[in-house]
Design a protein around this ligand. Structure first.
Ligand code: CP3
Length: 345
C-alpha cells in the first residue's frame, strides 16, 4: 500500500521491523545550508519564502538531497497560526519574531476574529505541502507541524521571544479564565490547521511546545498538556509527535497522550525516559545540538553512544532541539551518516 522509497521513519513509528534507526534534524530546513541562504537572500525576507509554495517546497527538499535525512519537514513557522488569528508577525533579521499587536486583556481577546477561515488564511502552507509532496515523489515522508497552544500563547502575549515569558505567565496566574479562553481558541485553530496539512499530504505531524520548560508540573498540566491532549485526540489520521522542550517533569503525563512519538531534549536521559514513558511509544532525539561543534571523531563517538542508549527500541535519531544556524553542514552529515551506518536487528 505504501509508495515510499524510504519509509524507515513510518515503519519505526508503527513498531515494524527496520534495519537501522531513522534520522532527521529539527530545523533542518533553512538555518544551516548555503543553498537555503542563496534563495533566502534573493527575496525580501523570511515571510516571502514561507508564503511562496514553490520556494518553500524547494528549501523543504534541500536537506533530503543534500544531507540524506529520512524525512522532510515542511518549511514554514509556528507563527503563521497567530497571524491567521489576527496578529501579523514580522521576522526581524538577527533578532527574531516581532508582533506589533499583542493580547494581554479580555478586550484584546475579544478583538480577535471569532471565525477564522483556516483553509483560506493558511492556504499557502497547504499549497506548499502539495507542491513538496509532488516533488518529493515518494522519496521520504513529509512532516507537518504546529506550535503547541502554550508556546503560541507565549508569542501572542509577549509579542516576541523572552527569557522568562513573564508576561505570558502573568496572565496564567492573574487571569486564568482569560488564559483558558485564548488557549482554547488557539487549540481549535491548530486542530483545523493540522487537519488541512494532513489532507494536503503531511504523513506525520509534530507539535512543538518549545516553551514548556518555563512552566512547572502543575501549571503545565493545567495550561499545557490539557490542550496538547485535545490536539492528540483530534488527530487520528497520521502519527503525532509531541516535543515538549524542558518538560522532563511532565514525562509521566506525556506518556498518557494519544500520540505515537515523544520528543526528548538533551536534558532527558534516554534510559530513564524509556522507563517513565514505557514501551508503547517511539522516542525521538536527543543529541545536544552543540555537540555538532565538536570534531568529526567526537561527533561519531557520541552519536554511537547515543545509538547504543536506544537499546534497539523504537527511536528516531534527532537532536534535542533545532540545529543551530552556525553549524557546519559537514558535521551534520557526520551525525546522519553515523546513524545510517549503525544496523539494528
Ligand atoms: O524544522 C524545520 O526546518 C522547518 C521549518 C521551521 C522553522 N521554524 C523555520 C524558520 C520550524 C519547524 C520552525 C518552528 C519554530 N519557529 C519554533 C519551534 C521549534 C523550536 O526551535 O523551538 C519556534 C519557537 C519558532 C519561532 C521562530 N522562528 C524564532 C524564534 C525564529 C528566529 C530564530 C531562528 O532562526 O530560529 C524563527 C525564524 C525562523 N523559522 C527561521 C527559519 C528557517 C530563520 C529565519 C531566516 O531565514 O532568517
Amino acid at each position: 500500500m505504501s509508495t515510499y522509497q524510504n519509509e524507515t521513519i513510518l515503519k519505526m513509528i508503527r513498531g515494524e521491523k527496520v534495519d537501522r534507526f531513522p534520522v532527521w534534524l529539527m530545523r533542518q530546513a533553512g538555518r544551516i545550508l548555503p543553498e537555503y541562504r542563496a534563495i533566502r537572500n534573493s527575496l525580501s525576507g523570511f515571510k516571502e519564502l514561507v508564503e511562496t509554495p514553490e520556494l518553500a517546497a524547494e528549501v523543504t527538499i534541500q536537506p533530503v538531497d543534500i544531507l540524506g535525512v529520512d524525512a522532510a519537514i515542511i518549511f514554514s513557522d509556528i507563527l503563521v497560526v497567530p497571524e491567521a488569528m489576527g496578529l501579523p508577525y514580522e521576522m526581524i533579521e538577527k533578532k527574531g519574531p516581532w508582533f506589533e499587536n499583542t493580547v494581554r486583556s479580555k478586550a484584546d481577546v475579544d478583538k480577535l476574529p471569532k471565525e477564522i477561515d483556516v483553509a483560506e488564511r493558511l492556504g499557502y502552507v497547504t499549497e506548499a505541502i502539495k507542491v513538496t509532496k509532488r516533488e518529493l515523489n515518494g522519496r521520504v515522508p513529509l512532516i507537518g507541524f504546529a506550535g503547541a497552544p502554550w508556546t503560541i500563547f507565549c508569542y501572542m502575549t509577549e509579542g516576541q521571544g523572552s527569557k522568562t515569558f513573564s508576561q505570558a505567565k502573568r496572565i496564567l496566574y492573574s487571569n486564568p479564565e482569560l488564559a483558558h479562553e485564548l488557549l482554547d481558541r488557539i487549540t481549535n485553530v491548530t486542530i483545523t490547521y493540522l487537519k488541512h496539512q494532513i489532507a494536503a499530504g503531511a504523513d506525520i505531524v509534530q507539535v512543538f511546545d518549545s516553551w514548556a520548560g518555563t512552566l512547572g508540573p502543575k501549571t503545565y498540566s493545567e495550561f499545557g498538556t490539557k490542550y496538547v491532549r485535545r490536539i492528540c485526540e483530534a488527530i487520528q489520521e497520521v502519527p503525532v509527535t509531541v516535543f515538549s522542550k524542558g518538560a522532563y517533569y511532565a514525562r509521566e503525563e506525556l506518556a498518557e497522550l494519544d500520540c505515537q512519538t515523544i520528543g526528548l531534549d538533551w536534558n532527558m536521559d534516554i534510559a530513564e525516559s524509556r522507563q517513565i514513558i514505557g514501551m508503547d511509544k517511539t522516542l525521538q532525539g536527543n543529541l545536544d545540538p552543540c555537540l555538532l561543534y565538536a570534531d568529526f571523531n567526537t561527533i561519531e563517538r557520541k552519536t554511537k553512544n547515543l545509538l547504543k542508549s536506544f537499546g534497539n527500541r523504537r527511536h528516531i535519531a534527532n537532536l534535542g532541539h533545532g540545529v543551530y544556524p552556525d553549524t557546519d553542514p559537514e558535521k551534520v552529515k557526520c551525525f546522519i551518516e553515523t546513524v545510517k551506518a549503525h544496523s539494528i536487528n
